[in-house]
Design a protein around this ligand. Structure first.
Ligand code: BG6
Length: 472
């Protein structure tokens, strides 16, 4: 609905920007860092050279200087688990600890609040080799020990923590679980086992964080690509409701309510996929409620019914990036009302407004936007030019407007971190898909000089922060 007198952004709103370790740091084999599942997967350099990424490991001071110039109040980054514990457990690597110690000090000296993601996709290969990683219960203890090391070493300076980035994506991407060559159905079953362990581990990390760092705030970073019913045919609306429960709410229900929702439980039972839930697990999750929800938002999707037939049987899953369709549950279809990015992501700022309200109604937790951004192809400008990324500015402006509107209707927000500060390696599309406010001079294989160049969106964001989002 149209509303009057839209509120201003709060004075302490965290205007920030995000990255993740393996996507920007590089130095994949330096200073004692151990191998992660990402390093293992990208040994084949035909994809893109991840081992250097944006070279942030060696240029972090220059990058923090740029953050300061942009006026960032917060910087969300992730810690590489295998820099701290090369095997995922066992011996601590002091050089790894020192890198983040220096980065955090640099941020604080520049009045930038560090927001730390404990684990963002780069799971230790050592734990896969020892016992199969998240599929084994021992993974819970090892994650919690790793988190404790971070709280112990950085808790005096870091107040905002994120437990796990996009647990729902980790469980649906076999390579992020260190799995290969499985059929779709089996990988979905194993994904739910991993999901349960991650949920318990995340809850225990919340408990430790609250015990060890008084006044700290911690929550999950969830991806919430909102779904819409493709038509007003009740069968499609029903498919939408099922898909929302099974695909969108299920992880946050575990993280924030300590519950397997009824739709999900029935779905798991019918497919003999209920993971082993130990006595006490539900209690651990229920008693450790997060302080906020980190929300990664990029797009919406639309779904319709997907009737069972002779050739479309329960358990049939179409795995492309995520399970996009399931026989008897739903199928994803194109939304003709929306434009897409070059990668087919349907741009939908109103979807962010709706998501924020749905999440607020269901969990009553403040939101921190931990990712939101526009991926595009951009090339190095000549000396006197600047990248004119007006499409990115438009995307970010519209999404921020949606946040303001949702705020006006009562949803609480702690801040907004766009994805990403500098260009970095995309999760799926190498270096050609750029999100940064700052251009990094390299391409997939040619590392060039990795120099940094401010895009038009950098100056737009700087101005926005200076005026506390007044122009939105
Ligand atoms: C989120 C991830 O899913 O989306 C990021 O947390 C990722 O790591 C971002 O980079 C954008 O996805 P992609 O595939 O375009 O890089």
């Amino acid at each position: 609905m149209e509303t009057k007198n839209i509120k201003a952004f709060p004075k302490d709103f965290l205007w920030g920007s995000s990255t993740a370790s393996f996507q920007c740091e590089g130095a994949a084999n330096e200073d004692g860092k151990g191998e992660s599942v990402i390093d293992r997967r990208v040994q084949d350099k035909s994809l893109c050279d991840y081992s250097v990424a944006s070279d942030h490991y060696h240029r972090y001071k220059e990058d923090v200087k740029l953050m300061k110039e942009c006026g960032l109040k917060a910087y969300r980054f992730s810690i590489s688990w295998t820099r701290i514990l090369p095997l995922g457990n066992g011996e601590i690597n002091q050089k790894g600890l020192k890198f983040y110690d220096d980065l955090i000090n640099e941020l604080i000296e520049n009045n930038i609040e560090p927001i730390v993601t404990i684990y963002h996709f780069d799971y230790p290969q050592g734990l896969i080799d020892q016992y199969g990683g998240w599929l084994d219960r021992r993974s819970v203890e090892d994650y919690v020990r790793y988190a404790e090391i971070l709280f112990e070493n950085y808790g005096d300076r870091v107040k905002y923590w994120l437990t796990i980035n996009e647990q729902d994506h980790v469980m649906h991407h076999p390579f992020r679980l260190g799995l290969q060559g499985l059929d779709a159905k089996e990988s979905v079953r194993l994904g739910f086992i991993a999901n349960h362990h991650m949920s318990v581990a995340g809850a225990l990390a919340i408990e430790k964080c609250h015990e060890m760092i008084p006044g700290s705030k911690i929550g999950p970073a969830a991806c919430f690509d909102i779904l819409y019913p493709a038509t007003n045919n009740p069968v499609d609306v029903l498919a939408w409701k099922d898909a929302m429960d099974i695909r969108n709410y299920h992880v946050l229900d575990l993280n924030c309510l300590g519950e397997y929702n009824g739709t999900l439980m029935k779905y798991l039972e019918d497919r003999q996929m209920v993971p082993s839930i130990l006595d006490g697990d539900i209690d651990i999750m229920k008693r450790n409620r997060p302080d906020f929800i980190g929300l990664n938002f990029y797009m919406s999707r639309s779904v319709k019914e997907n009737p069972i037939s002779e050739t479309n049987k329960i358990g049939d899953i179409d795995v492309r990036i995520l399970p996009m369709a399931e026989a008897g549950v739903y199928m994803t279809v194109k939304n003709e009302n929306l434009k897409s990015t070059l990668w087919g992501w349907e741009v939908d700022e109103i979807g962010l407004h709706i998501s924020a309200r749905l999440l607020w109604d269901r969990y009553k937790l403040p939101l921190l936007i931990t990712e939101n951004g526009f991926g595009h192809v951009e090339t190095m400008p000549n000396d006197k030019e600047m990248i004119q990324d007006d499409n990115r500015i438009e995307y970010l402006t519209k999404h921020l407007k949606s946040i303001k509107e949702a705020m006006n209707l009562g949803v609480e927000f702690l801040g907004y971190c766009n994805w990403s500060f500098i260009d970095l390696v995309s999760g799926h599309s190498g270096f050609s898909k750029r999100y940064g406010l700052v251009f990094v001079n390299r391409d997939e294989h040619d590392l060039r000089d990795l120099s940094r160049h401010k895009k038009k969106s950098f100056y737009w964001y700087k101005d926005l922060i200076e005026t506390n989002g007044e122009k939105i």
